[in-house]
Ligand binder design. Sequence first.
Ligand SMILES: Nc1ncnc2c1ncn2[C@@H]1O[C@H](COP(=O)(O)OP(=O)(O)O)[C@@H](O)[C@H]1O
Ligand SMILES: [Mg+2]
Length: 402
Amino acid sequence: MDAERYRGPVRLVLYTGKGGVGKTTTAAATARAAADRGVRTLVVSSDLAHSLGDVVGAELGPTPVSLDSGLDAMEIDARAEIARHYGTVREYLVELFRYQGIDDVVADELALFPGAEEVAALLAVEDAAAKADYELVVVDCAPTGSTLRLLTLPEMLTGALRIVPALARMLSTVVSPLVQAAVRAPIPRSPVFRQLEELVEERAVTLRARLSSCDTSVRIVATPERMVIDEARRAFMELSLFDLRCDAVILNRMLPEAAALEDFFQGSWERQCERRRELEELFAPVRVLDAPLQRDEVIGLSALSAHGAEVFADCEPHGLLSDAPRIRFTRARGGHRVHLPLPGASPDQLEVAVVEDELIVRAGSRRRAIPLPPRIYKLPLTSARLRDGTLVVSFEPPAESA
Ligand SMILES: Nc1ncnc2c1ncn2[C@@H]1O[C@H](COP(=O)(O)OP(=O)(O)O)[C@@H](O)[C@H]1O
Ligand SMILES: [Mg+2]
């Protein structure tokens, strides 16, 4: 149903990872490598700490700039996007918070609901991608935490905010100016509802459909360091929870084999080999691509071309590089099972419940509501087990008791 609204087939590749691991570099090198192979490409930075312009060596702004044949680039200012598209909703929220005695600056911050900037950025990406005739859009996202917020927000928006337009509509018709005088809180005006409705019912739904379509991949950039790998592991589990396709991990700053011969680097080289194996095991069947540590910073189009050619030596930068297992439903013992891959999750971290017609899975701080068909949610939930990185939830009819 949702997928009908989404009109592809522009390929969307999002890069995320811990701060400083090389997201901007990898995103730009991917875009450059694709353009070098004749793919019409747009590279976009949605990270508020923009550095894409410096990497590609051009002054960038909110509209695409042509860098070279087949490669355009832009930087999105999320706050400006919010002001442009959702100014009315935002003004209302600021007014409401102010009314509650919250000071101006804080009200202003609060009115940016969590993830608003990220969503605005992605909506701007959608607009840019729709306008021009691109085959690939590569997005240099903010560090992992905010990217995941971005990716999961459409779901939260459609869930939690769904009631707002309905409630607001009710208020606007029932609450007359007379009541408005009695109720002292600011009552939203109709343009507020219209914007909210459009945001929640149309754009968030389209965005969600786009993100979970097979034209979108998320790639995690990592370096062979303990803390970076731990964050990559968490990100992978969370992407899987929300049914988003991770098709590759780019392992950046890999030392060349010659380093093994140097006394000083030998330990680092051995550690990096070990961590590479660990990552491969953790992410299998998702591909791990090596990105070599270059002699100098990777800046400018020709350095990006060379770096991109090395990373994508034996695969296409715009391709779907691998396909991780996704949520499945099976029949068993007269009932049904839901198989949700959650690689690297631990049982004590998980909570599972059925609320009305949804299966609620909480993994750490993330919560996903998976809609179930009636044939499943009408049966009692009989067990939930974590088996080889997959959560298996069983629904079985009650046994015929004697
Ligand atoms: N493979 C690499 N070889 C050499 N320098 C790199 C490599 N990857 C990244 N860098 C450099 O490391 C710094 C941080 O990279 P950047 O892509 O900006 O990280 P992020 O976007 O994740 O914060 C930059 O100066 C960049 O040029
Ligand atoms: Mg960056």
